[in-house]
Design a protein around this ligand. Structure first.
Ligand SMILES: [Ca+2]
Ligand SMILES: [Ca+2]
Length: 199
């Protein structure tokens, strides 16, 4: 069960609040709701997620139940992020490969990943970036070597995606879907859509 903590607390008095654009969107998520691959005994388990911006970057800040100690690059993946930058479901393509519910109109997609330290604690995080076409085809814009990396603080890992790479500008509102990758529940780990107004 996913929820936006702030929204739930205000839901009774402001039922339309969820649809309103915000400059900071916060989610909480249970610990222990993930199932990893057979060779991954400690799958990334998100417990909190903040989406913000700083005038230059969209900032994805996630807190995990435990620090990641990936033993493969695959295990370093922390979160999927899908961007509908024009808030138009008719442009772009299906998010998350079309395999995780109805996530339409996605223009760009990102994978947040922790640094790979050969089984030691990941020190930084970053976000790769792909463009998504109507047929679902993806093409790489930023690979892992070009992405901006940010130092971790305890169990909190932060990734940044540049406005210029998304083709967005300050004051613009974009739609973002985040996905907890190892969540096999009914929503496949997809958080409720966020409308983020960029600083
Ligand atoms: Ca979780
Ligand atoms: Ca779109």
């Amino acid at each position: 069960m996913k929820h936006m903590a702030l929204v739930l607390s205000l839901l009774l008095v402001a039922p339309l609040f969820a649809a309103d654009p915000q400059t900071k969107i916060s989610y909480t998520d249970p610990a222990g709701d993930v199932t990893g691959a057979d060779d991954d005994p400690h799958p990334a388990d998100v417990t909190a997620l903040n989406l913000t911006s700083d005038g230059q970057y969209v900032i994805v800040e996630l807190t995990l139940a435990a620090v990641p100690k990936p033993t493969s690059v695959f295990q370093s993946l922390l979160l999927g992020v899908a961007f509908d930058v024009d808030k138009n479901a008719k442009t772009g393509g299906p998010g998350f490969g079309g395999m995780h519910g109805d996530v339409p109109g996605i223009d760009f997609e990102s994978e947040v990943f922790a640094s790979f330290e050969d089984g030691a604690i990941s020190k930084t995080a970053a976000a790769s970036l792909f463009s998504v076409k109507a047929n679902g085809n993806q093409s790489s814009i930023l690979g892992s070597t070009d992405a901006v990396s940010t130092p971790a603080k305890g169990k909190t890992y932060t990734a940044k995606v540049a406005y210029k790479d998304l083709g967005v500008k300050a004051g613009q509102t974009i739609r973002i879907f985040a996905r907890e990758l190892n969540d096999r529940g009914a929503q496949d780990g997809v958080f409720p859509a966020a409308l983020l107004t960029l600083k």
